[in-house]
Design a protein around this ligand. Structure first.
Ligand SMILES: [Zn+2]
Length: 429
């Protein structure tokens, strides 16, 4: 230890009290306390009245030891007003679960915290207890990893169902800073986004993700476009537990299976299912269309073989055995878009619940509604029967999302589109 340094140290300690007292008389702007030179030159800081090396170290987020070493200081108490200190470049290790983010010129602590849906103090804590005044001066800010901050403007959040089972429906949500309906695809399915809520300048858009019952399990691309911004995520589709059913039809019913008649009826129905009106007429989970205590005779998704043929189709609805004449109620509010007798499906009613969602009911013995009629949830639409291609009195009920038949029973248990979601992860990572 050099005697001169010890002497200076003692002198500084003696004066520290009134130096600090003087310092509070100055209107001290911390942003002026250090100057950033052009790139390549070391950053420096000039010691101001009232500064301590520990204080400077904390302020700049540079470890005390690194500051001492860079300026060849052996005693942290020995600094003087006007002394120019070199601020060493310190690579701060990025903690696990944290990513770095470069602020744009328009952003500050509060706008970034708002965008991340964090409290400003939480964001400061994540950044080693940084003071708000220094936030904008940092070249990189720590943010939670895989957070919406990594999505480009105007996207505030991009979320989706964690996974979807074959034949079921998932949901994707975009939260935007502007009212700008997104578009996109999930696998080969085109998505329809609807505004489901707004809070301040946050616009919540949700779209349903229907998956066909025989879609090969695996990861599928969720590709979204918002104005010029493209987003992509991979979403897993899991295998459902579906059985295979071998159906033998009596000869008179089998005659109805003449391919051209089946095709013609299906083509007509596809035109009906294609209807699209943007108002969401349903609210909450669907009501089961017939009363309690009936047996499910064939679940949705069952793979099917007719008269010993190959397994090339699946059951697009849910079948419930019920006596002929059992009343059928609308599972949700809607508009009747078909009410007539068909060759294969017998007495048929189709309801449009809005936003591309339809309910279809086959084999009815009586139809109580007319096309174009509005029905409310629970309103009687017809009676159970065994008309058309049917081997006994039962209700066949199917729900289609954008024309894709999905498991109707999921709709009786789920308040679509308000399901729990997880933050998307970029597919490019
Ligand atoms: Zn059926």
């Amino acid at each position: 230890m050099k005697p001169s340094l010890s002497f200076s140290s003692i002198r500084l300690r003696l004066f520290k009290g009134w130096v600090l007292a003087l310092a509070i008389l100055f209107l001290w702007n911390p942003a002026n306390a250090w100057a950033q030179q052009g790139s390549g030159e070391p950053r420096t800081v000039e010691v101001q009245a009232g500064d301590t090396l520990v204080g400077i170290s904390e302020r700049l987020g540079v470890p005390l030891e690194a500051l001492m070493e860079a300026n060849q200081i052996s005693d942290p108490d020995v600094i003087w007003v006007g002394q120019v200190l070199v601020v060493p470049e310190v690579t701060v290790p990025v903690p696990p679960g944290v990513a770095t983010y470069a602020l744009t010129p328009a952003e500050d602590l509060f706008s970034l915290a708002d965008r991340l849906m964090l409290l400003p103090q939480d964001l400061l804590m994540l950044n080693r207890g940084m003071l708000p005044a220094y936030f904008r001066l940092e070249p990189e800010i720590f943010v939670p990893e895989q957070h919406p901050a990594t999505w480009p403007s105007p996207v505030l959040a991009f979320r989706h169902s964690p996974q979807i089972v074959q034949g079921q429906c998932g949901v994707v949500e975009l939260v935007l800073s502007r009212p700008l309906p997104p578009s996109g695809t999930f696998g080969e399915t085109k998505l329809h986004f609807f505004l489901t809520g707004r809070r301040g300048q946050r616009y919540h858009y949700r779209a349903l993700l229907p998956t066909p019952a025989m879609l090969e399990p695996g990861d599928y691309d969720l590709a979204i476009k918002v104005a010029d911004t493209a987003l992509r995520a991979r979403l897993p589709v899991m295998a459902g537990s579906y059985d295979t059913q071998y159906i033998v039809l009596p000869p008179d019913k089998g005659a109805l299976l003449a391919p051209q008649r089946v095709q013609a009826e299906l083509a007509k129905l596809h035109q009906v299912w294609d209807v699209f009106q943007p108002a969401r007429l349903w609210r909450g989970a669907f009501r089961f269309p017939i009363g309690e205590g009936f047996q499910r005779t064939s679940p949705y998704g069952t793979r099917r073989s007719y008269n010993g043929g190959p397994v090339s189709s699946f059951h697009s609805g849910s079948d419930w055995g019920a006596p002929e004449g059992t009343p059928i109620a609308a599972p949700a509010a809607g508009i009747v878009i078909l009410a007539e007798s068909l060759d294969v499906r017998g007495g048929a009613v189709i309801l449009d619940h809005g936003q591309g969602i339809t309910s279809s009911f086959w084999h009815l013995s009586q139809i109580d509604v007319q096309a174009g009629q509005r029905v409310s949830r629970g309103e009687q639409i017809g009676l159970v029967g065994t008309t058309g291609l049917s081997t006994g009195a039962h209700l066949h009920w199917e729900v289609r999302v954008g024309g894709v038949p999905v498991d109707p029973m999921q709709w009786t248990q789920t308040d679509f589109p308000f399901v729990p979601l997880v933050d998307a992860q970029s597919a490019d990572e």
